[in-house]
Unconditional design. Structure first.
Length: 383
């Protein structure tokens, strides 16, 4: 049985960032990813928005790690040539009732330290995005977008460069805790193997509850998969669809899981990167519309009962009145790892086996926060 120092479970943005942060010369660090491609679950199926930290007042860890992660991610992208853009974001209210939320977001921004967030007039919004029609709005200049696939690839290359053994198509099927560490059972293309490891990082996203339970059967976290579906449109189709590259969000909308109220970020408009002549990535003509928020019963169910055009049309028509349902084309979907209840990120040593760190409920803003989460985990392990 091979003996290693650290095993990271999960090859999404968070697992890869943690693996890079913990990699040390002379120490064996293995990362296990069950899928053939890295980042094929939440990390590659999101809006790619670099959040500023406007929504997390009641969630201290999300708030702290989002704000820290925001500037770390911009710096990382700049240094490593990962496509990103400081698009800025408008949150728009369409009536007086929704307008109250704008004040709340501005308070939240003061509380979290999100930079430059302020009210702007409908005329200001129209001067930037002429097809957006609003009652009132705020601007968040430090919101942006990153090309998630390029970010994942870059994290992988850095991790491998630091000596991390990245093992794709390798599923962790069992964990036995005890003694000085853990025995990790893996299955790779039908072949079973075991490793012993001193430290174990559970960054398994949608499956982090199941991995936490393998580590310690007393762990009773429950992840509810909440599907986010996207449609898209081509902003060059008609002049009423043209956009100038901002993110445009409605105020949050409530939805319920088992009677518990949650606030969805709302079906929003996000620009997507395209390749310019010469190979440079620029903001293109495609605009993503979504995501929806609906609990589903299976963690890997991305397609059953997908919503139709009408749902996305209804989501944006009040603030983007030039759109027609038939402009919208179906795009991808992703399931969020939502912890049951309405909770903050959980990032802590296992209550019984302190060599393990569980990361559970790493939903949005987990992509934004990934580099800050990695530093947070490193600090936990050095304490
Ligand atoms: C629809 C949607 C929109 C979002 N929008 C944004 C956004 O705009 N901005 C933002 O900051 N965040 C956003 N998020 C959240 C963000 O995508 C996640 O928080 C982040 O990607 C989490 O990364 P992760 O590495 O923890 O999880 P994941 O990317 O889910 O990675 C976990 C990995 O663990 C692997 N794994 C699981 N079990 C095992 C096992 N037994 N053995 C081996 N491997 C295993 C999985 O295959 C998976 O690849 C969004 C998420 C969704 C779904």
């Amino acid at each position: 049985m091979e003996k290693i120092d650290t095993a990271v479970i999960g090859g999404g943005a968070v697992g890869l960032a943690i693996a890079s942060a913990l990699a040390e010369k002379g120490k064996d660090l293995f990362l296990f990813e069950k899928n053939p491609y890295l980042g094929d679950e939440q990390s590659g199926r999101n809006s790619g928005v670099i959040h500023a930290g406007l929504y997390y007042r009641d969630y201290p860890l999300k708030k702290k790690l989002c704000v820290e992660g925001n500037s770390m991610l911009y710096a990382f992208c700049e240094k490593n040539n990962v496509p990103f853009s400081r698009t800025g974001k408008f949150i728009v209210a369409v009536n007086a009732e929704e307008d109250k939320m704008i004040d709340r977001y501005i308070d939240n921004a003061c509380d979290s330290g999100a930079e430059g967030v302020k009210r702007v007039s409908p005329e200001y919004v129209r001067a930037k995005e002429p097809n957006v029609n609003v009652y009132s709005a705020l601007i968040s200049p430090s919101t942006g977008i990153v090309e998630a696939a390029a970010y994942i690839k870059c994290l992988e290359l850095i991790a491998r460069g630091k000596g991390v053994e990245v093992m794709a198509s390798t599923k962790v099927t069992g964990i036995t805790a005890g003694g000085a560490g853990f025995i990790v059972e893996i299955e790779e293309k039908g072949r079973k193997e075991e490793f012993t490891t001193e430290k174990l990082i559970n960054s398994a996203g949608l499956y982090s509850d199941e991995i936490a339970n393998m580590i310690n059967s007393e762990n009773a976290y429950e992840i509810i998969p909440v599907r986010g579906e996207y449609y898209c449109f081509d902003s060059s189709l008609r002049s009423e669809l043209a956009m100038n590259g901002a993110n445009v969000y409605p105020v949050q909308k409530p939805y319920f899981i088992d009677g518990v109220r949650h606030l969805a970020i709302g079906i929003h408009l996000t620009p997507v990167f395209d390749i310019a002549p010469g190979g440079r990535k620029i903001i293109g003509k495609k605009i993503l519309v979504g995501p929806t928020s609906r609990a589903v019963s299976e963690k890997d169910d991305l397609e059953k009962g997908r919503s139709g055009q009408e749902c996305f049309y209804e989501g944006v028509r009040e603030f983007f009145p030039g759109i027609k349902a038939e402009d919208l084309k179906m795009d991808y979907a992703g399931n969020r790892a939502k912890l049951k209840g309405d909770k903050d990120f959980i990032i802590e040593r296992d209550s019984r086996y302190s060599g393990a760190v569980n990361l559970v409920g790493i939903e949005s803003p987990g992509l934004t926060a990934s580099l800050a989460i990695a530093e947070f985990v490193k600090n936990i392990l050095t304490k």
